[in-house]
Design a protein around this ligand. Structure first.
Ligand code: PMP
Ligand code: GLN
Length: 384
């Protein structure tokens, strides 16, 4: 019996591994990214209402009209994107959107530019589509995108880039110049951009999120992916979407059709209500801004060196600058067992030449939990 080697040689994700270790005992999970609360009550009420009062049968494959319209309105309002429902295909989380987009875009033999650190789903999906990932490393502390390094990874077979902005795990955002450069590269080399923008609403730099899709020449050659899980802090809901020019969206819809076909309707109706509620979205962001600040102060007071970040639920710490002489994998493995605090090492976000001096902490937790986690981590460091 020969199963596909992509999967036989793969372990569970570092996120699953860390969360499983936390279920074993009295451990604090600053690993996998999710808020500690159960989600906004009004969103949950909207979902409960929809479960009781609306259809629980198959919704349209592309999503309920209410949500497709709400996503288009949200982007028109917040990012000045000229979208209608025809641009939007609802998926079961951004993960499914990534799978559908990669399956629809990548043909066997195509090369796809991925930036490292790379979110874990990208390379296996590219390979399963028959493509070849070409990694372009980014370097701490700023993780800038350099045109020369990208062009050096390109060939006549390069067909697409996958671009995650804001970037998980670093929490950094591309600059206006970097967006313009990436768009120019895509236009010049006729590439499709798969833009994973799930962290677009979790920005703390006061700048409105600007999509690569909004750059000149990109509207016809980009797929923009979003997730309600991140906007509202309901990661278990798995409501996502992909947006593209209507002709491309129609093709993406065919890939989605035979992955999950459709997505639970009650959650779609609830997210449609949520996306119309700017106050709720601002309230969520304000809460995470507070936890981000709280963790920064706690880390600083305890002598940990945080790297600059401007977005996401994550703050990275530089281990050597924090007085820690072991690498990220050893730190994460030992910290969860010996200090009872789960973190995420950066090495698993690389296939070659990993950055091994940085670990990621999730900040969207109650302040006492953050304080206890930092206390335990400092004690662990001091005992090394
Ligand atoms: N892309 C990135 C960069 C992410 O960080 C995540 C989840 N943290 C996802 C995709 C997956 O999103 P979803 O849970 O909506 O599938
Ligand atoms: N994206 C989440 C994170 O970065 C994890 C999602 C998952 O576990 N697949 O923590």
């Amino acid at each position: 019996m020969k199963l596909n080697p992509i999967y036989t040689q793969m372990g569970v994700t570092i996120f699953e591994k860390m969360s499983a270790l936390c279920r074993e005992g009295d451990r604090i999970n600053l690993g996998q990214g999710f808020p500690d609360d159960t989600g906004p009550p009004q969103l949950i009420e909207a979902a409960a209402r929809a479960l009781r009062e609306r259809s629980n049968q198959y919704p349209p494959s592309a999503g309920v009209p209410e949500l497709r319209g709400a996503v288009a309105d949200y982007y028109a309002r917040t990012q000045s994107l000229d979208f209608t429902s025809d641009n939007v295909i609802v998926t079961s989380g951004a993960t499914e959107a990534l799978a559908a987009a990669i399956l629809a875009v990548v043909n066997p033999g195509d090369e796809v530019i991925l930036f490292a650190p790379t979110y874990d789903a990208y390379a296996p999906l590219v390979r399963r589509a028959g493509g070849v990932p070409m990694f372009v490393p980014l370097h701490p502390p700023h993780w800038h995108y350099g045109r020369e390094a990208i062009e050096a990874a390109m060939s006549s077979r390069t067909r697409a880039i996958v671009f995650n902005d804001p970037l998980n795990p670093t929490g950094t955002c591309a600059s206006a110049e970097e967006l313009a450069m990436l768009a120019d590269l895509c236009v010049t080399h006729d590439l499709i951009a798969i833009c994973d923008e799930v962290w677009e609403a979790v920005r703390f730099d006061g700048r409105p999120h600007t999509s690569l899709v909004a750059q000149r020449g990109m509207a016809e050659r980009a797929v923009k992916i979003g997730s309600a899980g991140k906007i509202f802090g309901v990661t278990g809901w798995k409501i996502g979407w992909m947006c593209a020019a209507p002709e491309m969206a129609a093709v993406l819809a065919r890939a989605h059709q035979f992955l999950t076909f459709t997505t639970p309707p009650a959650l779609q109706y609830a997210v449609a209500e949520g996306l119309a509620d700017d106050g709720l979205i601002a309230e969520r962001l304000a809460g995470w801004s507070h936890t981000r600040e709280a963790l920064a102060i706690l880390l600083n007071d305890a002598g940990f060196a945080a790297l600059p970040n401007a977005a996401t639920w994550f703050t990275c710490i530089d281990l050597p600058a924090s007085g820690i002489g072991i690498d990220d994998a050893a730190f994460a493995r030992r910290a969860v067992k010996e200090a009872g605090v789960a973190t995420i090492p950066l090495a698993p976000f690389y296939e070659a030449c990993p950055v091994t001096t940085v670990v990621r902490l999730c900040h969207c937790k109650p302040e006492p939990m953050l304080a206890e986690a930092v206390r335990r981590l400092a004690e662990f460091r001091d005992g090394l």
